[in-house]
Design a protein around this ligand. Structure first.
Ligand code: BTN
Length: 329
């Protein structure tokens, strides 16, 4: 593959020969670099967590691959052309949404993603915190530059929600509930949250940042008690850990697919595909937004993604954003 760095090439040769020693001479000849350069790349890989055995007369043997989402591991798995065209990776950061926001302001292109293994100040909606322990979950932000009016930006959250749903279906066979507009649940507990932010002019979006947090292999016992009661992870629901790289590549593939559909045709077919997984439809719900509360029957999502609520007095209210709770009968 052109554009591959030497360290990527070294790693790929070791991976192809997994379990077998590859001589330094062979690496040197294949890559046309010096012995010292090979040695430096091996040292770099070891620093990144690759376990590599080196024996003087035999060469190098890859023993294990770290469970990380580095571009080195992720790039070969990607099946997209736009989303993930550039990957910015951090072992730890405050918030991938804040990083992506700054990068977008400096002109970073549509499709670039920011991924971190841990966040110090992971952001949830409405000023909440998103618990982001290291090395077990996915914390990802995508930079988009859709030519749409700012009022349509919330629809991109729905694009992301359906994409997460499909990725979970593909990888685990589970069928998560989509809790309009931002959350995904399994067994009634949240494992994914989406935070969409934007910068815009009066009538045109400059850029949108879609932040997606997915609890993948987290043992929820690490969470504070108040968060833990309503939280789960894919591992806990499935009873086994899943490959984070594979999940991430599926998510980016689904996201690219639905985002391109959204740009071409609008949101309506995406809404239709979401409907079977919206458990609140037909139920009595309470919608809360900031200090406002409104109760009623969740009738449907209309074709632009708003929630249609029939209030107790029979009138209809169209709701664009809020936290929905299903009320007990
Ligand atoms: C919510 O459910 O309130 C939204 C949670 C969004 C969390 C993700 S993790 C990646 C990105 N970076 C952040 O700081 N937040 C989002």
């Amino acid at each position: 593959m052109s554009g591959e760095s030497t360290v990527e090439k070294v790693l790929n040769i070791l991976k192809k020969n997994s379990g077998i020693y590859v001589s330094g001479d062979l690496l040197r000849k294949e890559l046309s670099v010096s012995r010292t350069a090979i040695w430096k790349h091996i040292r770099q890989l070891k620093k990144m967590g690759y376990e590599i055995d080196s024996k003087p007369a035999r060469g190098y043997r890859l023993i294990s691959i770290p469970d990380t989402l580095t571009p080195l591991e992720l790039k070969p798995l990607l099946k997209t052309s736009l989303i993930g065209s550039k990957i910015h990776y951090f072992r730890e950061t405050d918030s991938t949404n804040d990083d992506a926001f700054r990068m977008a302001r400096r002109g970073e292109k549509e499709g670039a993603v920011v991924i971190a293994e841990a966040q110090r100040k992971g952001k949830g909606r409405m000023g909440r915190r998103w618990e982001s322990p290291p090395g077990v979950n996915l914390y990802l932000s995508v930079i988009l530059r859709p030519k749409i009016p700012p009022s349509l930006t919330p629809q991109i959250t729905l694009v992301a929600a359906l994409s997460v749903h499909r990725a979970v279906q593909n990888v685990t066979g589970l069928e998560p509930e989509i809790k309009w507009p931002n959350d995904l649940l399994l067994s009634g507990k949240k494992f994914c949250g989406i935070l969409t932010e934007m910068e815009s002019e009066m009538d045109l979006v400059n850029f949108v940042i879609v932040g997606i947090g997915v609890n993948i292999n987290m043992d929820t016992r690490v969470l504070p008690d108040d968060v833990r009661i309503n939280a789960t992870s894919l591992m806990e629901e499935l009873g086994r850990p899943i490959d984070r790289g594979h999940f991430t590549s599926q998510l980016l593939k689904e996201f690219e697919n639905y985002y391109l559909i959204f740009l071409k045709e609008g949101i309506s077919s995406i809404i239709e595909q979401m409907c079977p997984y919206l458990k609140m439809i037909g139920k009595r719900v309470r919608v809360q937004f900031m200090d406002e509360k409104v109760d009623g029957i969740a009738e449907k999502l209309d074709l632009d993604g708003a929630l249609i609520l029939r209030k107790e007095d029979g009138s209809i209210e169209k709701i664009l954003a809020g936290d929905v709770t299903i009320l007990k009968e």
